[in-house]
Design a protein around this ligand. Structure first.
Ligand SMILES: *Cc1c(COP(=O)(O)O)cnc(C)c1O
Length: 466
């Protein structure tokens, strides 16, 4: 199957194979660095291109990348350079996006828990944002005090079209925490009234769900938002809503190499559910995350030991819940393809054995794959977790105080040569200790002995002061 640049998904897999072998050969992955992440730069750019060509008008489209899927500044910078905008939902993501070069007009701010300070920032800088609920709307009214916002402001609605296969990823259930629940008694009228009395409100936002949501369900949710926009504009007697933010959530195929469903599949579904969406009256905003990066990322770990328990083969690796948190805690919802490579980073084959792939965390469930048919694994081999480009590199779980691994981007040329670029340095053990309160080491001992004030170093040590 083709990805947009003409590179097939098979060629993407070949490039990944070359990168893994070179990473071992050059010592990026080895006894000193037993865990790394690898990101295929061309794969990311191919996905951006596929996205752009799927949404080919006549509507103007602003594609933003959902920063939470990979909050790494060089990755955000690559996407900014490729013409994308960025969807952020926390002060950290906002600062990462700014550091990556996104200008304020290319941001969308979506947190469900925006503070006064965050709203003031968005209003002052013309950052587009979507109001989650009526309390937030009242807060924005207060901050504006009669002025008009500099950037677009929308209301997020929950079309309540139901759940996909993964409850935690389904944002349009009856009781979802996000947006105004449109089918609740009086809610739709209240949204219509909110627009009628605030001429500056000019967007509607609906993000129906992520992994596990079928395309028709997502399209149905967007259709509900579109219909509401049409109603609001009709009642206003003008095009008050000029932008429809249709969220992200294209599911990713974790079973094999193929990109499916494609952005084109998604757009076809949207066009049939709401044909008017694309006719140019609305600027469309998208917020895709996982589908832009997942297939381009690989987590690779050295195998430290192999053993057997109760007849089950176990490969003990350095990739566990700290990088593959969802996979470890919800293995049925987030299964990953696993590759076994030899000590030179070359794919192993041969008769398979039923094997568990374990991580380093000290709890029994720390398994990235269970009872999987894999070629025999030996110490010094490499285990690769495929399709981990989104949500695995930057959603680290600091269990057992395990450090965040280095991430490298790579490109391969037609001759098979691989070039790497460091995207994030591996966290050092010193940094782990520092972020664990190192500078406050004596705080509790001093509190107990009653000598705390001043001794431990001022305000940080005694926030109750004053
Ligand atoms: C997480 C999220 C996205 C991105 O979802 P993906 O499944 O990664 O595409 C987009 N919009 C909002 C509001 C989100 O919370």
């Amino acid at each position: 199957m083709q990805v947009s640049s003409g590179r097939s998904s098979g060629q993407r897999a070949e490039a990944r194979e070359a990168a893994l072998a070179q990473a071992v050969r050059r010592g990026l992955l080895g006894p000193q660095h037993p865990l790394i992440g690898l990101l295929d730069v061309d794969g990311v750019l191919d996905a951006v291109e596929a996205l752009n060509s799927a949404f080919d008008g006549p509507a103007t489209v602003q594609h933003t990348f959902a920063a939470k899927a990979c909050g790494l500044v060089p990755v955000l910078s690559l996407l900014a350079d490729a013409g994308m905008g960025c969807e952020v939902a926390s002060p950290g993501e906002l600062e990462q996006a700014l550091a990556a070069g996104f200008t304020h007009d290319r941001l969308v701010f979506d947190s469900p828990a925006k503070t006064v300070e965050e709203l003031e920032y968005a209003l002052a800088h013309g950052v587009a944002f979507n109001i989650d609920n009526f309390q937030e709307l009242a807060r924005v009214d207060g901050l504006l005090a009669g002025r008009r916002p500099a950037g677009p402001v929308g209301i997020r609605v929950n079309p309540q079209v139901g759940a996909g296969a993964i409850g935690a990823m389904s944002t349009a259930t009856d009781t979802s925490k996000f947006g105004v629940a449109l089918r609740d008694p009086g809610a739709e009228e209240a949204v219509v009234e909110a627009f009628a009395s605030r001429p500056w409100l000019n967007r509607l936002h609906a993000h129906v769900g992520s992994q596990g949501c079928p395309l028709p369900l997502i399209a149905e949710g967007i259709r509900v938002a579109y219909d509401l926009a049409e109603r609001i504009n009709a009642e206003a007697g003008r095009q008050q809503i000029t932008g429809l933010d249709i969220g992200g959530g294209l599911p990713v195929n974790f079973d094999d190499e193929d990109d499916r469903p494609t952005y084109a599949d998604h757009v076809a579904e949207l066009r049939s559910a709401a044909p008017g969406l694309f006719d140019g009256r609305y600027t469309l905003v998208t917020e895709f995350g996982r589908s832009l990066l997942a297939k381009s990322g690989t987590v690779a770990s050295l195998v430290e030991y192999t053993k057997s328990a109760g007849g089950r083969r176990i490969a003990v690796t350095h990739a566990g819940a700290q990088v593959a948190t969802r996979t470890v805690f919800m293995p049925d919802a987030w299964p990953l393809r696993v590759g076994v490579l030899d000590a030179k980073g070359r794919p192993k084959s041969g008769p398979t054995e039923v094997t568990d792939v374990a991580g380093p965390c000290c709890f029994a469930g720390d398994l990235t794959a269970q009872a999987r048919e894999l070629p025999p694994v030996e110490p010094g081999d490499v285990v690769a977790l495929y399709d981990t480009g989104a949500y695995y590199f930057s959603s680290h779980f600091s269990y057992n105080s395990l450090p965040r691994p280095a991430i490298y981007g790579y490109r391969t040329d037609t001759a098979g040569r691989v070039r790497f670029a460091l995207v994030r340095t591996a966290q050092t053990i010193r940094e782990v200790v520092e972020e664990s309160g190192l500078e406050l080491a004596g705080a509790l001992v001093q509190l107990r002995s009653g000598t705390a004030a001043g001794a431990a170093g001022g305000a940080a040590a005694d926030p109750s002061d004053g």
